[in-house]
Design a protein around this ligand. Sequence first.
Ligand SMILES: Cc1cc2nc3c(=O)[nH]c(=O)nc-3n(C[C@H](O)[C@H](O)[C@H](O)COP(=O)(O)O)c2cc1C
Ligand code: SF4
Length: 368
Amino acid sequence: MYETILSPVEIGGLTLKNRIVFAPTSLGLKGEELEQKITAIAEGGCAMIIIGDVPVSDRGFFRLSGKKGFAHYKRLCELIHAGGSLACAQLHQSDSDVKGMLRYIPGLLTKKITAEELRHLLNQQTGRYITQLSSQKVSAITSSFGKAAVLAKQAGFDMIQIHGDRMCGSFSSGIYNERTDSYGGSPEKRAHFAVEAVSAVRQALPDMTIEYKLAVRQENPHYGNAGILTEELPVFIPMLEKAGVNSFHVVLADHSSLTDTIPPANHPYFGEEGCFLRYCDCVRKITKLPVCGVGGLTDPDFVEQQLADGRIAYAAMSRQLIADPAWPDKLRSGQKGNIRRCVRCNAECLGGIQKHRGVRCIYDKAEP
Ligand SMILES: Cc1cc2nc3c(=O)[nH]c(=O)nc-3n(C[C@H](O)[C@H](O)[C@H](O)COP(=O)(O)O)c2cc1C
Ligand code: SF4
């Protein structure tokens, strides 16, 4: 039972001990609570933990280039390794216009604007922001992916994931990117930013395994605003592969509603188990590189079947490993019946982030 889930897989020369990884998840927790959560997930038996939203920028808190930030990530890597898992850094560059955001702060403080409304307002600015960035700034940002990757390796990370949403995703998108220089226009030109970011990491670290979080969007019905249209994948994927990508982590693109990218069980379009695997099917037709599936994966039998059928090479889970970090170990030790299955309610995980309480789960209350 579950021999495929529990079997190793190689990605770009790196061996994962099994096929389950913790998807990038900003936990909104601090200090001991964060360390306990990461330790529990590592000790629960997954092969790798992807630390979400590690900034490539030289500014802000928790940047790899700062003393505090570097120590923070080094500590997380130590905990992950001690728990028997590998560590991956999700390198990202935000596409929010910080200056544009400042004008909404008074409204936010006086509660005239909710956090969800702010998100919507910022999304509306994305196109103008990335279209107007000077080409010097753009190439400085793409080269910062290389510098951040070197620091991530020094901090102890075993793999790099390039966040193909956020700035990579908004440059990729025909909805947002209205540039007329070499970074905008045709799909080839819209791929330029992402390709440069990947190349910077590959050049800085020739042997590092690079996973690309491939943010896919679709029309009819319309879902996702950033990222790459399914029809454009045949242009983007070979370019990213040539630049040095070793695997693709495939999701719905962002900048629509958060409940589309983190869909609850009652979502009208993405409610089913394995809700984004339809995009993996598109990607698999174009590349032979390993494809990682994510989104609504909770059922061991379903996950085993997708892996055994070769639909995906490995599976990422965010909410399921929040609900029960020991999902992989319970399968290994024949305790499938004791797994706390994520019901995709979003109440305490996404809800916890939105209420600034940090990620929790409805099952936590039932813990002894
Ligand atoms: C609380 C929370 C925080 C998340 N933070 C990130 C993040 O920092 N970066 C990212 O790329 N995705 C993030 N995600 C999205 C997940 O990686 C994943 O794609 C999504 O939750 C669907 O997978 P799931 O059904 O296994 O939860 C987050 C998801 C949740 C629930
Ligand atoms: S709160 Fe609900 S959706 Fe979130 S991890 Fe727990 S069961 Fe899953």
